[in-house]
Design a protein around this ligand. Structure first.
Ligand SMILES: *[C@@H]1O[C@H](CO)[C@@H](O)[C@H](O)[C@H]1NC(C)=O
Ligand SMILES: *[C@@H]1O[C@H](CO)[C@@H](O)[C@H](O)[C@H]1NC(C)=O
Ligand SMILES: *[C@@H]1O[C@H](CO)[C@@H](O)[C@H](O)[C@H]1NC(C)=O
Length: 327
């Protein structure tokens, strides 16, 4: 396992100027195409046809020698959350890469309706190659999740019977997956009719449970089934209920609630001694053991800082004359 890069090598994560220029031209086109012609573009093709190597900073794209599975993990966020994306890129780029698995972390937005976002997010996408724009308007429970899962099979189609990914996940921008631990937890699990996350509400019969919205992963066949079954959304949209509850209902009703893996207590809400809150089934302090898969409710910089330090992202930072690190 490679140690996380030291701060001095963090610069290496940024594209060098010629690479940057070539990314700008290709990725600007990519973003525009995704919005304008979603049916005509395979994201995979766009990014893999880039003549530039450093194509995704969030999530390690370097292909390990043996790949057990591939996961596409979309962070659903909004165009204006520039700082949060910067923090997430930092956090994911410093993680040790998952063993024998490819996990591509991408930011998922609806259409860029504001002039400033069209320009700035396009540049961001050009620099990092990790932004996906769906044909929707930003919303909380009005179809973004459905749009995401139903668009991916078309965007990421593989060749013939080999899809580009084995799993597709969604997460929120206040949640943090630890990719190596996640990969170990997915290894050996079902590849079909699979639903992985935090089963909620905690102590009720399974037939009423769903995966909490801060992070869940399904097998590729489920994304294809959602894409092929538009009535799932059409029938559910008037209910005004959170989409993640509806998502669970689709699987129950569709007979797809089969290989279900609840990761409690390895997925949980952030808590520290200063918060004056009580333990719940969703919330406890950061844990090294058993390995944490996801931490949720990272609502501010201090919570991110404490989480990253707890999980040893800062271990091995070397002070220099320029930067006398003091933690
Ligand atoms: C985007 O979605 C709207 C509403 O569903 C549709 O009318 C429009 O044709 C879509 N745009 C593209 C480029 O597919
Ligand atoms: C935590 O639990 C204690 C004991 O049940 C209760 O008195 C207190 O109000 C709770 N605190 C919060 C923040 O809910
Ligand atoms: C961080 O590193 C220390 C020292 O190597 C180790 O004891 C601890 O378990 C690590 N923490 C986590 C969360 O892995």
């Amino acid at each position: 396992m490679k140690p996380p890069p030291s701060p001095s090598s963090a610069r290496a994560l940024l594209p060098s100027p010629p690479i940057f220029l070539c990314l700008v031209s290709v990725a600007l086109v990519a973003v525009v195409y995704l919005v304008a012609f979603p049916g005509d573009l395979k994201l995979q093709e766009v990014f893999s046809s880039l003549p530039c190597s450093n194509r995704a900073v969030a999530g390690r794209s370097a292909t390990p020698a043996t790949v057990d599975f591939r996961l596409f993990l979309g962070v659903l966020t909004r165009p204006e959350y520039y700082e949060r994306r910067a923090l997430l890129r930092l956090a994911y780029s410093l993680q040790p890469p998952p063993r024998n698995a490819v996990i591509d972390v991408r930011f998922v937005l609806c259409r860029l309706d504001k002039e400033e976002d069209r320009v700035l997010v396009s540049l961001e996408a050009a620099a990092y190659g990790d932004v996906v724009v769906l044909n929707c308007t930003e919303n909380m429970n009005d179809g973004k999740t459905h749009k995401y899962f139903s668009t991916l099979p078309r965007l990421l189609a593989g060749d013939g019977d080999n899809p580009a990914y084995d799993y597709v996940g969604k997460t929120d921008d206040d949640a943090y997956y630890r990719l190596a631990t996640l990969a170990d937890s997915l290894r050996g699990k079902a590849r079909r009719e699979m639903y992985h996350g935090f089963l909620f509400p905690c102590d009720i019969p399974r037939e009423y449970q769903f995966m909490a919205g801060f992070g869940y992963i399904v097998s590729w066949d489920i994304a294809e089934w959602i894409a092929a079954t538009p009535e799932l959304w059409e029938d559910g949209r008037d209910k005004g209920r959170p989409e993640d509850i509806l998502f669970g209902e689709w699987l129950h009703k569709g007979g797809k609630f089969k290989n279900v893996y609840g990761e409690r207590p390895r997925m949980y809400d952030y808590m520290d001694a200063e918060m004056h809150v009580n333990l719940t089934c969703c919330r406890h302090e950061l844990r090294a053991d058993p390995g944490t898969v996801t931490i949720h409710k990272l609502k501010d910089r201090l919570k991110w800082a404490r989480t990253l330090r707890f999980f040893n992202a800062t271990q091995g930072l070397k002070p220099s004359k320029m930067f006398p690190v003091e933690l």
